[in-house]
Design a binder for this molecule. Sequence first.
Ligand code: TPP
Ligand code: SF4
Ligand code: MG
Length: 349
Amino acid sequence: MNQMTPITTTLKDWETDQEVRWCPGCGDYAILKAVQRTLPQLGADPANTVFISGIGCSSRFPYYMETYGFHTIHGRAPAVATGVKLANPDLDVWLVTGDGDGLSIGGNHMLHVLRRNVNMQIMLFNNEIYGLTKGQASPTSRIGTRSPSTPVGSFDRPVNPCAFALGAGARFVARGFDVSKHLPDVLIAAHAHQGAAFIEIFQNCIVYNKDVFDGFAAPKGAEDKQLWLKQGEPMLFAGGAQGIALDRDGLCLKVVDVVAKEDGTPDWESAGVIVHDVTNRSIAHMLVEMPFGAFPMALGVLYDDPRPTFETAVAEERAKSTAGKKPDLAKLLGSGQTWTVNADEGHPA
Ligand SMILES: Cc1ncc(C[n+]2csc(CCOP(=O)(O)OP(=O)(O)O)c2C)c(N)n1
Ligand code: SF4
Ligand SMILES: [Mg+2]
């Protein structure tokens, strides 16, 4: 995020008159609404906000936000967004990408925006498929996914977006899903973070990969399947009947049962349940790798530990290298290997 003077807007101020081209029932609609609901809470100013995307259904997002936007080229949103942020560090930059755009053709660009720690919010809509091009398997498609490009089922190992982000050096990693009521809180935390804030948003592609996240996203039984992490709070789920503890011998996480105290509150301390510390990078690595099924899905802010941003370092470097010097364009152009073309003698051989 940037330092803004908060202004008052409503959800309506962020809506456009553009015809929305997503399929009816697509999870992208819910994410769009969550963002339009969150920006007024942040005091965001449309005149100072820009959404930058690549190519894909998800990347149509900037058209539907009543603010500045740039629908760039496939996989290159991180490069363009880096340029925008460097040109005007006061802009509040949001990057929108998909699992194909951000982790297939744009994987390399994603790596660099994260390791450089350019100050922006990065929303990766993960539907585990290439939606726009009619449902080919993507780098996040799970093994066995049948698609036009994998007719007998995908057999290459999928990438875990949050593990990728941590591995690339991201200092903020979070997860949410399209229809979750907690998504605005995740976006607010991302915006508060100074630096590249990576948010994986599970998104239902109702046409080409329907309901693949139902295992944890379906309302029925959600309490048992979702672990919403909160700074300073024990990692409890299933209504407090289960929690996440550290297996100190195996150096890994484990699910433990939690018994209730006499007053009905969960006795999580006795069960060894861990308290969430967003600055603990080792635990963050374990949380993003927790296999869903044996574990609940870890959601919310998994990791948040800021470091100096790229644009601050660039500005400092510029100030240092130009300190005490007066810019002189003519001198610069006349320096080094230069020669004079004499009209009488013609062009030098
Ligand atoms: C250079 C280039 N290669 C390939 C394409 C075709 N293409 C467009 S979108 C896309 C994949 C998008 O997938 P994803 O980022 O997951 O977005 P979704 O549609 O699922 O939201 C591909 C391969 C392209 N537009 N440009
Ligand atoms: S193809 Fe899938 S991701 Fe694209 S708009 Fe339709 S439902 Fe949404
Ligand atoms: Mg996709």
